[in-house]
Design a protein around this ligand. Structure first.
Ligand SMILES: *Cc1c(COP(=O)(O)O)cnc(C)c1O
Length: 344
């Protein structure tokens, strides 16, 4: 791995951590708070949030098995994805490499940040080819984006190929594990001690059932977390979100139950899809959704829309011609979907 100083944008490296934080050392033991121009009424909403999310990180640390200093929290993982560009990529000079197809935000934020995005198609069966992926890099490649289980394909990337990329690349490897709760695959967030160049992402938006609170997590080497902390807005995680996330962590047996139910439903729904005459292929999934190749995805998509059922049309996505991405719903939602499709 290159030195972080070489990987980080020069202006970001040079910022002192104090410059971007609003910490006031005199506040630590204070009883009366007359320092932040908050009014004293309307408690508890009158106070600014904890900018370091200390309590939430302590609890997350236990649940995720990662030390608090290795955790960075974002307003959704989408915010973290954007910040990776702002920390590491010099616009119009640096580039990133990613697999294709994958989660659209990696490319969208590259475009916003004016950073070249190099997409490397996955191989047959949506498998990762480390050698081919690494071949797309050059001296200005700062980041390689991997997503496992991958969206929209649903499958986990092979662990050995991911490891080849981690070992063979001297920049940052992001492994987005948004769907890892649905997968038996090894977690790369437990590898951050071994590999200082990885950032593992996770979110409360999927298995945790809390897309509306906007809480994304990055697990990484402490030096990378420090760089992200320099770039973040001081109060990027609001108090309502911090409180709700703590509550979610206390009720994590719900998540285990939801995952069990969804995996069972997914099995039944995928099997039913295989028997549909209008479905040509169902791709294996380690997620709470799956990709299905249809005879005519566009008209089936339109037909379902008219019935009030939304699925994702992936027809225009590279390697996903005629594919729909179907999120697993409740038993009754799934059977309504199947009923509609049988009548198509
Ligand atoms: C849904 C999803 C996320 C979640 O993003 P948030 O901003 O945390 O809601 C992240 N990565 C992938 C691949 C996803 O599909």
């Amino acid at each position: 791995m290159k030195a972080l100083q070489e990987l980080a944008r020069k202006n970001i490296w040079q910022i002192s951590p104090d410059e971007t934080s609003l910490d006031n050392p005199g506040k630590d033991d204070a009883r009366i708070f007359l320092d932040a121009n908050e009014i004293p009424y309307n408690k508890p909403h009158n106070r600014y949030p904890d900018p370091w999310q200390t309590k939430l990180k302590a609890t997350l640390s236990q649940v995720k098995g990662v030390a608090p200093e290795n955790i960075f929290l974002g307003n959704g993982s989408d915010e973290v994805i954007d910040m990776v560009y702002r920390v590491f990529c010099e616009p119009r000079r640096d580039n990133v490499v990613a697999i294709a197809p994958t989660y659209g935000t990696y490319k969208a934020r590259a475009d916003v940040n004016d950073v070249e995005y190099r997409a490397v198609p996955l191989s047959e069966g949506f498998r990762l080819d480390a050698q081919k992926t690494l071949a797309a890099r050059d001296a200005n490649t700062k980041v390689i984006w991997l997503c496992s289980p991958n969206d929209p394909t649903g499958n986990s990337l092979q662990q050995t190929e991911i490891e080849k990329i981690i070992m063979g690349f001297d920049g940052i490897v992001v492994i987005d594990e948004a769907y890892s709760d649905f997968s038996p695959a090894k977690l790369f967030r437990s590898e951050i001690g071994k590999h200082p160049n990885i950032i593992a992402l996770n979110t409360m938006s999927k298995a945790w059932g809390r897309a509306d609170i906007r809480l994304g997590m990055a697990f990484a080497n402490e030096q990378i977390v420090k760089l992200l902390n320099k770039v973040k807005l001081p109060y990027n995680i609001n108090t309502l979100t911090q409180r709700h996330a703590l509550d979610a962590l206390e009720h994590r047996q719900d998540v285990e139950k939801w995952v069990r139910m969804l995996l069972q439903e997914r099995g039944q729904l995928m099997k039913a899809f295989e028997y549909l005459p209008i479905c040509e292929r169902v791709y294996p999934s380690d997620s709470n959704f799956f990709l299905a190749k249809m005879t005519d995805a566009q008209s089936i998509y339109k037909y379902l829309t008219e019935k009030g059922i939304a699925v994702k049309n992936e027809s225009d996505v590279e390697l996903c011609e005629n594919c729909l991405r179907v999120t697993v719903g409740t038993k009754s939602e799934n059977s309504e979907l199947l009923g509609a499709l049988r009548q198509f």
